[in-house]
Ligand binder design. Sequence first.
Ligand code: ZN
Length: 218
Amino acid sequence: MLGACATGPRFEEVATKDTSRTFNTVVVDAGHGGKDNGAYRRFGGAEKIATLDVAKRLSHKLRESNIKTVMTRSSDVFVPLEERVAIENEQKNAIFVSIHFNDSRRRKIRGFETYYHSPSSVDLANRIQTKLTTIPRSANRGVHHANFRVLRLAKYPAVLVECGFLSNPREGGEARDSDYRDELADRIAAAIVEQRYGSDHRTAKRESTDESPLFNRN
Ligand SMILES: [Zn+2]
């Protein structure tokens, strides 16, 4: 116990680089894998399957937006937490986004949650949470500070997204639906793109549409 205290959180604390507006790489982390199923519920199946699919879709969408991605795993394999952190920290200019699904003994509990540790991760966490809750009929369980190792040891801004409760009949069912998983990836990707480039170019696009001849005639 004493040994553990000596290497406690303060000792391990990592100075973060605030790359939240300059990053060119996103480390996409599919939670669990291999011998580690994560949560496993009748409605939602194994968490490790859903996280991998959302992570792959997210990676694909980010690449379409010309953002480089690195996946901590791209198949059903076990990757220790330390290795996930190491993959992130060896990047030159990155952020880290970990994908998980939630679990509760109370079946009624549902909704999205996003976690962060360093102050430089707050913006990204808020943005992802806000985008996710634009999904119709979704529930917002908020953005929270957490001491998870993958967040605490991260050199760069890092967030962990809980994409709904496998223990909830509806969200568990949605987690099994590939269209819904694509929607989750879509919202998270949109938040990351907005975090990097701002929402200005979107607004600009909308304005130029409003200036179309059709609109002006009204
Ligand atoms: Zn998990």
